[in-house]
Ligand binder design. Structure first.
Ligand code: IMP
Length: 452
């Protein structure tokens, strides 16, 4: 099956990197198609931990082409840091290909992200502050700088100049507003990282000359990797070779179909693989969804099954639920099958992988949300499209027996405790998709392939 998409089925951090790494064994090309260094993939191989933010998880397979597609937003300094880090650990990155059409996260995008969040105050989204939203906004405004622009200093300077001016203006206004608010509140002037962008002394991070020079040098370093990556995918697909499309973030963070406005600024769903890599819908043969055995969310926004009690705390501890990118503590809760069924349909998933099943061992009872109840008492079997309904929906649970045994050594379905198998079966039957794989620990080989 040549075109295989992997997507997150919840709010991100489901362990897509590990599953991509496993499925990459039968692929020739691994492509990331959206998002940027807001993502964080951790892969543990032979006890060694690898963390990636931009580079596709397939990079550990030196014989496969590893592609950053046109739909990704790329911070060149972060990418070069990852490349250097991998080289230091002896990993060959000669197979990394970067779309010439991918957009660049510029220093002003990062400043704007922080300034925007600060301005929103209590209403903030809880972004990763990596400049993702402002970069995608510039792309849509046609003020974006693309990877190919790095290769022509004159074009680069002209484009940066055009993009920079409105940013300086916006940052100045945001800073004036912030100072005014602080003054009104009688607070001491405390600077945040976007503050230097204004004031009497020009911020060196926003200097046209410095920015252009720096990015020309980034271009020199990235040039060997820049390619027509859509064509690379077509060539592989047309000759029957498998291409793996690796999603970042997840379905419920999708700009159109997630819990807007508490979402990311791209489309992490399977349909977006076509746009973000440059292939057609009929190039996609198979869609895999990845879900944790429970649910987590980082940042603000509705999360019906969230547990703000000891059980949630145990999940944080047992699952080491702290963000790869920002280190923030993840909110934890029970598996939400209403949301999962929505994700299954939206992505038209063929298969599910359930990760971190081992984290659930030790809970006497396991709960899964099977419907919501609105505040007026109506039963909601489907994921509500209306923001206020979702915000006030309370989940109703089915209780299933828990299991005590540690399952990290299980490799066959029959090794798993009956309660763990029943738990997986319940999920699979409820959402109508086979679970093909269960993760039982962080290491690459800690998986159980299922027959269902
Ligand atoms: P942004 O993508 O940095 O703009 O953040 C928007 C929302 O998406 C915030 O709630 C982030 O916490 C969340 N988010 C972005 N990337 C990830 C991810 O890789 N995993 C989990 N949440 C993410």
């Amino acid at each position: 099956m040549p075109g295989v998409v992997i997507v997150g089925a919840q709010w991100g951090d489901e362990g897509k990197g590990k599953i991509t790494d496993l499925l990459a064994e039968r692929a020739e090309v691994v492509v990331r198609f959206q998002g940027g260094n807001n993502a964080g993939h951790t892969i543990v191989r032979d006890g060694k931990e690898f963390k990636f933010h931009l580079i596709p998880s397939g990079i550990l397979h030196s014989e496969k082409a590893c592609v950053i597609g046109n739909g990704v937003v790329l911070d060149p300094s972060v990418l070069l840091g990852e490349i250097d880090g991998l080289k230091r650990r002896g990993i060959d990155v000669g197979n990394l290909r970067i779309s010439a059409n991918a957009h660049l996260i510029m220093p002003y995008h990062v400043l704007l992200d922080t300034a925007g969040e600060t301005k929103l105050g209590k209403l903030s989204i809880g972004t990763t502050r990596r400049g993702i939203g402002p970069c995608y906004a510039d792309k849509a405004l046609r003020l974006g700088i693309r990877v190919q622009d790095l290769l022509d200093e004159k074009i680069l300077r002209t484009k940066i100049r055009a993009a920079l001016e409105p940013k300086q203006q916006a940052l100045r206004e945001l800073s004036v507003q912030r100072r005014k608010l602080r003054k009104e509140a009688g607070e001491e002037a405390e600077k945040d990282s976007s503050e230097g962008a204004v004031g009497a002394v020009p911020d060196p991070r926003l200097d046209l000359h410095t920015m252009t020079e720096e990015h020309v040098s980034f271009g020199h370093r990235l040039e060997p990797h820049i390619a027509d990556t859509a064509k690379l995918c077509w060539d592989a697909l047309d000759s029957g070779r498998t291409v793996l499309f690796e999603g970042a973030q997840a379905t419920l963070l999708d700009l159109d179909h997630g819990t807007y406005p508490f979402v990311t600024s791209s489309n992490p769903i399977a349909g977006a693989a076509c746009v973000g890599a440059g292939v057609g819908p009929t190039d996609i043969d198979e869609v895999w969804g990845i879900a944790k055995a429970y649910a987590t969310r980082v940042g603000a926004g509705p999360f019906p099954t969230e547990l703000e009690d000891e059980v949630g705390e145990q999940m944080v501890e047992r699952g080491h639920e702290f963000g790869t990118t920002t280190g923030r503590r993840r909110r934890c809760g029970w598996m939400d099958l209403v949301a999962l069924r929505y994700a299954v349909r939206l992505n038209r998933m063929d298969s599910l992988a359930i990760t971190k099943l081992d984290v659930l061992s030790g809970f006497a009872q396991l709960r899964v949300a099977v419907r919501y109840r609105s505040k007026e008492g109506a039963v909601l079997d489907s994921f509500p499209y209306h923001q206020s309904i979702l915000h006030s929906a309370t989940p109703e649970y089915e209780e299933l027996p828990g299991f005590d045994a540690e399952i990290g050594e299980c490799r066959e379905e029959a090794d798993l405790p009956q309660a763990a198998r029943d738990y997986l079966r319940f999920i699979s039957e409820f959402v109508g998709v086979p679970i093909r794989l269960a993760g039982v620990g962080p290491d690459r080989d800690q998986v159980v392939w299922l027959d269902s």
